[in-house]
Design a binder for this molecule. Structure first.
Ligand code: SDX
Length: 397
């Protein structure tokens, strides 16, 4: 019911699609998942509760959540021949390159089992995708550092499992004694996954919806979404923030780089600042900023990068240009810093975003499939090329 949420009737006319999943009010910094404020979900829910909400439209009761968590754990393991897929990647392949390739290949493993016209099979495929993403993501990391693959475990929750698959030092997958997992890190990861779960028609979700509108299977659609997310203007921004901080190098250089970001002739942008929709604050950044400072104080890391990040934040928030243009830190500014403090390598940051956003992507895929009559999205264009002309033979060109 757009009327209740859209102040500007012109907006309705220009909206590219309708959806019941996520609502954003960019001017007032409001983000709702299926009507629930992100602040409440972030404070009270497990990530899998939120994934269930996005997919089903309602929060699960205890029994529903238990069944959902069990199904996710059960689906987390990947086929042994899919594990061998990683052997084909050079050790220094970017984890996002491995993710987009391996997720796309799930179509070869499960496509025959899935009739997208059957709602039960669609839900099973969507849940399977949420279950397997952390396993494939962690396997990408383990391959890149030459460590043995660690299998998912039924006795760990979603975030604990991911951290164990990433950092467990032994390859004794089911009797791993050293699975000490810091619960503060698990709490921070749970929050990051909730905040990144969905965000209306962002570039990667729109890509998934476009692919879904052709009737493509969810694994192919999610692989398309991963490809779109990789760009530094979108999901690659968290990795770009850390690379930017490394380039700035020291607190003394911050004013120079703030000036570069303001120079319209200079292509340099302050990564992690600004947003297509939020023209005030990104509510996710407000939530995540507190966690960022908590994780930094807990890890007591003396990495100068964190002091530098806080200096960039302080300078930009006080700068007239950024205030006038309403360029505030977005979710990616803080998420990169937290991931680094959690020991996640920089080239895995966008992979982290993909793990979380998989729940939004599959929710939108389900929504598109439910509207069986959804016509294929086929954007039109404003042609600005040459007028019609006749061909000259090559010897006359
Ligand atoms: C995500 O769509 C989503 O929902 C995405 C996302 C999600 O959850 O899926 O929220 C995740 O992608 C967050 C954004 C991550 N990207 C970055 O942090 C990269 C840095 N940000 C910029 O690239 C930029 O802010 C964009 C691309 C995010 C938005 O660009 P817009 O739409 O051009 O921003 P704007 O219209 O508000 O810009 C107003 C002015 C412009 O200058 P003028 O044309 O007025 O002279 O501010 C400038 C922009 O050039 N500007 C910046 C800037 N962002 C905008 N100047 C310096 N540094 C920046 N970061």
């Amino acid at each position: 019911d757009l009327g209740c949420f859209t102040h500007d009737p012109g907006f309705v006319a220009t909206a590219s699609c309708t959806s019941k999943i996520t609502y954003i009010d960019g001017d007032n910094g409001i983000l709702l998942y299926r009507g629930y404020p992100i602040e409440q979900l972030a404070e009270h829910c497990e990530f899998t509760e939120v994934a269930y909400l996005l997919m089903h439209g309602e929060l699960p009761n205890e029994r529903e959540l238990l069944d959902f968590d069990l199904e996710i754990s059960d689906r987390a393991i990947i086929h042994e021949s899919l594990r061998k897929f990683f052997d084909g990647f050079h050790y220094d392949a970017h984890p996002m390159a491995m993710l987009v390739g391996v997720v796309g290949s799930l179509s070869a493993f499960y496509h025959s089992e899935m009739n997208i016209k059957d709602p039960v099979q669609r839900l099973r495929a969507a849940t399977r995708m949420i279950g397997k993403m952390p396993t494939i993501a962690a396997a990408s990391y383990r391959h890149s550092v030459g460590r043995p693959f660690v299998y998912p475990r039924m006795d760990l929750n979603y975030c604990e499992n991911f951290l164990n698959m990433m950092f467990s030092r032994s390859s004794q997958n089911y009797i791993d004694q050293d699975h000490y997992i810091d619960q503060d890190f698990v709490k921070a990861l749970n929050l990051l996954f909730i905040l990144h779960a969905d965000h209306e028609q962002n570039a990667s979700t729109s890509t998934v919806r476009l692919a879904a509108s052709t009737g493509a299977n969810p694994y192919a659609c999610v692989a398309a979404g991963i490809a779109a997310l990789w760009g530094p203007a979108h999901g690659g921004a968290n990795e770009a923030v850390l690379n930017m901080l490394a380039e700035i190098g020291s607190v003394d250089n911050v004013p120079k780089y703030i000036a570069k970001a303001k120079d319209s002739e200079d292509p340099f942008r302050l990564m992690g600042f600004g947003h297509r929709v939020y023209k005030n604050f990104d509510p996710r950044a407000t939530i995540i900023r507190k966690t960022c400072h908590e994780v930094l104080s807990k890890t007591q890391t003396n990495d100068p990068l964190f002091e530098l990040a806080l200096a960039v934040e302080e300078h930009a928030l006080k700068d007239e240009y950024f205030i006038e243009k309403k360029l505030y830190p977005n979710v990616d500014f803080y998420s990169g810093i937290i991931y680094k403090a959690l020991g996640i390598p920089v080239d895995m940051f966008t992979v982290m975003f993909a793990i979380a956003r998989t729940s939004g992507w599959v929710a939108h895929w389900l929504e598109m499939m439910e509207e069986a009559s959804t016509p294929i999205s086929r954007p039109r264009q404003l042609y600005v090329g040459p007028a019609q002309r006749d061909l000259a033979a090559i010897k006359n060109r």
